[in-house]
Design a protein around this ligand. Structure first.
Ligand SMILES: [Zn+2]
Length: 342
């Protein structure tokens, strides 16, 4: 059973920044934020299948959009976790190999993007097995992390955790601890925690707490639609709670003409959806630059390793100081992790 035990989580993140990257960052960024290591995650998927439904084909736009994102990450020397939808991987295997070759973590976003709330546990297991096979074949490595389509691990689909653990996953980033009509577990911890019924670590995406509830700010449409200062302020708020932030982005959010293109190709898109999905895409590139200038990011796998968080028994370790001048991708950092189960 999920219980809110956030207050008992102890997670401290360490120093990690190189002189070169610090020098290149804007003075407008709070200096304290540069020293907290966060996780950057990308859901590698195409817009129609992700937003309109799993019946849609994969379009070539995912390739160009992902390459633009790769360029941004490369410019800022940031490694991220890519949760890859393996229907995209089968259509464009070279794209996934390109992401992997650039040093990013390849994790699973499942195969067909069917929401867990719409399928049986058996079908879910088949979907995830397929994604593991595809990714392992493409990269030579079994994925350690999983993110459910549209964060569809909700109270009624908690059965997914033990299945993921049995399939060998170490962590999931599938629970959005917010109240939302289609997803979310509002009383789930908003810090990294362990599942109660299996050997799996959960890494929720960042939320801020205000007016007695958790609010989404640091990813996807929320990151695109809310003022940039609000999103950056939210990350600093998360840091003040002693936690790293898990941020998520989609390649298609950089695709300014994407929604119109898909409509021209014959997809039916309501006016409301067109507006909410296409609005402010033109400012995403600048916004991502600012995000990567102001904060330090790494992969989820690396974030867990730095904090000595492993599936299995809790580990306590002594803090280590990263030495000055280390490249932030390699800097040691880290900490105490005594995680609650929930
Ligand atoms: Zn998705």
């Amino acid at each position: 059973m999920f219980m809110n035990r956030t207050s008992s989580v102890e997670t401290t993140v360490g120093l990690a920044s190189s002189e070169e990257t610090v020098a290149s960052r804007s003075d407008a960024c709070a200096s304290s934020s540069r020293h907290i290591v966060n996780a950057l995650t990308i859901d590698l998927e195409d817009w129609p299948i992700a937003v309109l439904g799993p019946q849609h084909e994969i379009s070539g736009r995912v390739v160009e959009n992902t390459r633009r994102l790769l360029q941004l990450l490369s410019w800022h020397h940031v490694r991220a976790t890519f949760f890859v939808l393996t229907r995209v991987a089968l259509r464009f295997p070279e794209l996934v190999q390109e992401v992997h070759a650039a040093g990013h973590e390849i994790a699973s976003h499942g195969h067909g993007h069917e929401l867990l709330t719409t399928i049986s546990p058996r079908r879910f297991e088949q979907d995830v097995r397929t994604s593991i096979e595809v990714l392992t074949q493409l990269t030579g490595q079994r994925p350690l992390g999983y993110r459910a389509p549209a964060f569809s691990i909700v109270p009624s689909t908690r059965w997914a955790g033990p299945i993921l653990a049995d399939l060998g996953f170490r962590y999931s980033s599938s629970i959005f601890p917010i109240r939302h009509p289609r997803y979310g577990i509002p009383d789930a911890p908003n810090a990294i925690h362990r599942w109660a019924n299996c050997d799996l670590i959960e890494c929720p995406v960042a939320t801020v707490r205000a007016l007695g509830r958790n609010w989404p700010v640091a990813g996807g449409g929320y990151f695109r639609l809310l003022p940039g200062m609000l999103a950056r302020g939210a990350l600093r708020w998360v840091h003040r709670q002693g936690r790293p932030a898990v941020v998520y982005l989609h390649p298609y959010e950089l695709d300014v003409g994407g929604v119109s293109f898909h409509k021209d190709e014959g997809l039916s898109v309501s006016l409301r959806r067109h507006l909410t999905q296409a609005l402010f895409r033109g400012r995403m590139e600048h916004r991502i630059h600012r995000l990567l200038e102001c904060f330090t990011f790494t992969t989820l796998e690396d974030l867990l390793r730095r904090n000595r968080i492993q599936a299995g028994a809790d580990r306590m370790s002594h803090p280590e100081q990263a030495s000055a001048g280390q490249h932030r991708g390699a800097a040691g950092a880290v900490v105490r992790a005594s995680l609650p189960r929930s």
